[in-house]
Design a protein around this ligand. Structure first.
Ligand SMILES: NC(=O)C1=CN([C@@H]2O[C@H](COP(=O)(O)OP(=O)(O)OC[C@H]3O[C@@H](n4cnc5c(N)ncnc54)[C@H](OP(=O)(O)O)[C@@H]3O)[C@@H](O)[C@H]2O)[C@@H](O)CC1
Ligand SMILES: [K+]
Length: 508
């Protein structure tokens, strides 16, 4: 089971409540199902483990652990059961503990042999403080012995909401979670500590999950595939959208050309590099399918908007932090003023396009909030995010997900907060976490390509949140498939097979 909603701990608790109210399983019923799912995976994946150590905490995560211990014991596995704290009288966990015939050892005395397996059922959704004392010692001992770990719901110490480690955490080989994944399974460092994540069906109906109206998703094609632009048979190039990419001066034109190529590969019917006069020659020497137009000031841009009806822009890559950049951005964002929409679907601001607004973002964000304004998409990496949203970046209480959401709401735009766990957030509160990235993507010019893909999709009328999510996924997928040796120039070409697969029958 792998559906794309991600549930916070509060949402998961509410799902549990509603599932129990709807039946057929009560709390202990769900817990037995959860324990059964974990025990089955342990038996299937580690059939030869000489001994399984189940570490059980005081809450329902520990309750799952008592079920696992009992089922493995009933299957003939040698099981040692170690407890940290006691289940509360009358709780489901207390019932599960009462059903388990094994002796309970104090976790403080935890010991194991190399080759044994650990089932970590100390803390899950209810993690509320750092692991200390016997819990922390157990983490260290397991690491020192190099034991394989199966985590129940989450590796203990990892926050399901933020992916952060509270004090110390287990590093699992396999994490078995229930009903849906949680943000902490995708956000770093949580994702790395989970190992493989399996989502087990414990009898909670999809309709119950849907009733929560979760707004956080794993960024997978299911989220946006239906919104991908599909060219009609009778299409012509301008109906497939026209992207304008602003070029920097003569010594820094490459970034814009990378964006332009990527926009074209993402399906824009036409792409124009808007170049300062001083860089016309160098751009002309390097462009073939991409058009070129001299654009020195706001009146040149106005003329382009009027003559060529562009539908999306990329501004920032290689441009230089300047007053001119701010002017251009505000001209594009104001292009929706007047009677009806202008036909400009969106503006992607990347790199210098973000930095240029560091000291005065209000006019940009205000323009983005106006009726009929083109969609604003900002694609900051961590450093750029901190320049534009210093207060959010420095707030230790916020997860990366929270930060991106708050920034999107403030900017009235879509935020693509880049990194190995890129978060895409929309001003309406939706957010997605990307997890198909690869280290090869961390290469100069990679971000320019991403900006171009977003604009290429926007230009074809794809809604901004979906366009940003699709672009992030496609960019990562193309990079991951290319693998070692990847440079940014390879990425636009590498998009083609990814797009072909996504479009399926529409690609023919
Ligand atoms: N029907 C259901 O609901 C189902 C739930 N399921 C399972 O339940 C899990 C959630 O259970 P849960 O809410 O009881 O939270 P859990 O993670 O066990 O921890 C809470 C306890 O630990 C304590 N504690 C926390 N951190 C601590 C620390 N660092 N050091 C020491 N103590 C610490 C905390 O103390 P407190 O915060 O109250 O002081 C409290 O006593 C979920 O992950 C899934 O596995 C499945 O069975 C499916 C059906
Ligand atoms: K756990």
């Amino acid at each position: 089971m792998r559906t794309i909603e991600l549930l916070t701990s509060a949402e998961m608790a509410e799902v549990d409540r509603r599932a129990i109210a709807a039946g057929p399983f009560d709390g202990i019923g769900l817990m037995r199902n959860a324990g059964q799912a974990v025990a089955s995976l342990v038996l299937a994946r580690w059939p030869g483990a000489p001994r399984v150590h189940v570490l059980a905490g005081p809450g329902n995560n520990g309750g799952d652990g008592y079920v696992v211990a009992r089922l493995l014991h009933e299957s003939g596995v040698a099981v040692s059961l170690w407890a940290s704290g006691k289940p509360r009288t009358g709780s489901d966990a207390a019932l599960a503990a009462a059903e388990c015939p094994l002796p309970v050892h104090d976790l403080a005395a935890f010991d194991a042999e190399p080759g044994d397996l650990v089932v970590d059922a100390l803390y899950g959704a209810g993690l509320s403080k750092p692991l200390v004392g016997a819990d922390a010692r157990a983490v260290d001992k397991v690491a020192a012995l190099g034991l394989a770990v199966v985590a129940v719901d989450l590796p203990s110490g990892v926050s399901g909401d933020s992916g952060r480690v509270l004090g110390r955490a287990f590093k699992a080989n396999l994490t078995v979670t229930f009903a849906r994944r949680k943000p902490g399974h995708l956000l770093l460092p949580g994702r790395e500590l989970c190992g493989e994540v399996v989502v087990a069906d414990i009898g909670i109906a999809d309709a119950v999950v849907a009733s929560i109206g979760a707004g956080t998703f794993a960024n997978e094609p299911e989220l946006w595939r239906a919104a991908l632009p599909v060219p009609a048979i009778d299409t012509h190039k301008y109906r497939r959208g026209h992207v304008g990419v602003f070029s920097g001066g003569p010594a820094s034109t490459g970034a814009a050309r990378l964006s332009a190529l990527a926009a074209a590969r993402a399906g824009a019917g036409a792409v124009t590099v808007l170049s300062p006069g001083s860089a016309m020659q160098v751009n002309a020497a390097h462009l073939t399918a991409i058009m070129l137009r001299r654009t020195d000031d706001a009146s040149d841009l106005d003329a382009f908007l009027a003559d060529r009806r562009p539908s999306a822009f990329v501004l920032g890559p290689g441009f230089g932090v300047s007053e001119k950049l701010r002017d251009f951005a505000l001209v594009v964002m104001a292009s929706g003023e007047g009677e009806g929409p202008s036909g400009v679907e969106g503006l992607v601001l990347d790199a210098d396009g973000i930095t240029a607004f560091r000291d005065d973002s209000a006019p940009l964000f205000q323009a983005a909030g106006a009726a009929n304004a083109p969609a604003l998409v900002l694609t900051p990496h961590e450093g750029e995010f901190a320049r534009l949203f210093a207060d959010l970046a420095g707030d230790e209480t916020l997860s990366k997900l929270d930060k991106a959401r708050k920034a999107a709401s403030r900017a009235h735009g879509v935020i693509v907060y880049k990194g190995p766990d890129t978060v895409i957030a929309a001003p309406d509160g939706r957010a997605a976490i990307n997890a198909n990235g690869a280290p090869w993507l961390a290469t100069a010019g990679s971000g320019d390509v991403l900006g171009g893909i977003v604009a290429g999709l926007l230009a074809q009328g794809m809604p901004a949140f979906e366009a940003a999510c699709a672009a992030v996924w496609m960019h990562a997928e193309a990079g991951a498939r290319f693998g070692p040796g990847l440079i940014a120039e390879d990425l636009p070409q590498a998009l083609a097979p990814v797009l072909r697969e996504l479009l399926g029958d529409h690609a023919r």
